[in-house]
Design a protein around this ligand. Sequence first.
Ligand SMILES: *[C@@H]1O[C@H](CO)[C@@H](O)[C@H](O)[C@H]1NC(C)=O
Ligand SMILES: *[C@@H]1O[C@H](CO)[C@@H](O)[C@H](O)[C@H]1NC(C)=O
Length: 302
Amino acid sequence: MRLASLLPAVLLSLRAALLAASSRTFRSTDPITGRPVECDSCAPGTYLRSRCTSAQKSDCAPCPPGSFTELWNYIGKCLRCGVCGQNQVVKTPCSADTDCQCECRPGYFFKESYDMCVQHRVCPAGQGVLSTGTADEDVVCHTCPNGTFSDSVSAHQNCTKHKSCRAAGLQLLLRGSAWHNNLCTNCEELKSKDGADYLKEILPAFFVHQKLSMKRLRQIVNKLPSEDGKTQGRSSRLDLSDLHEAINTWMVSATAKQIRQLPQLLRKTGASSASERLLNKLQRIDSSLTQLCVVDAAFISE
Ligand SMILES: *[C@@H]1O[C@H](CO)[C@@H](O)[C@H](O)[C@H]1NC(C)=O
Ligand SMILES: *[C@@H]1O[C@H](CO)[C@@H](O)[C@H](O)[C@H]1NC(C)=O
């Protein structure tokens, strides 16, 4: 990061003067004789306590703590150490001959065009972190390649491999996508499980991946059916993560029948493409179940 951006304009012009004066000597006037004399400049880390005379050399003294000189100079006072800006931390502390160096704090990077530290981007569900961010570089995301997925919004997490159903002695029920894992089944489970119960496993990621607007999520939360037929309370004060949380909490205790109402509920709020996608997942689960496991067809289509 360019240090210049951290220094007030006054210091900048002083720096320019110092650059011009960075030679090892400077011309002065002897206070006693009034004749010109050539004095030694002071080394970086020191300042000129008193000028030379024809009888005495320049008196240079070390910079007191909290101040510095980076160049040969003949200034009467060291420069005040800089202060790191917003969302910056000290990378190298100030010493007598160098100003402090700042860098963006963890989770932030220096964006040249804004001339400030901004937060690393997060990769949406369906994308993983290709390269992690640094103080100078933003996070780079990539779409999860075939056979891998990411079900979270994260600045750290990469795509992970779909689990292998076969390795776990199970059967593949629904092939994973970029945003959800493979769904596996053991046909034994079917006695107690409905296709909608399998859908539950990918619902949290589904809602994150669909990027529904706050307004729509609020409508959905308000319409979520509950056991006694009533809907959830007002949701106008909830923020995005609260709304996702409300859906997830509802989901945990929702019956298969209630889960099966979700596509229709989505359609009612105007989220028709999300509705179709969800219905499609559910139908694929249901049809897999009938093909994989020899069970009573009536049981599945309740
Ligand atoms: C994420 O995974 C890809 C391969 O899928 C790999 O090239 C990349 O280096 C990984 N990123 C990190 C931060 O590990
Ligand atoms: C993804 O990989 C699977 C096998 O792992 C293969 O059957 C499928 O065709 C691949 N899909 C694409 C789009 O490459």
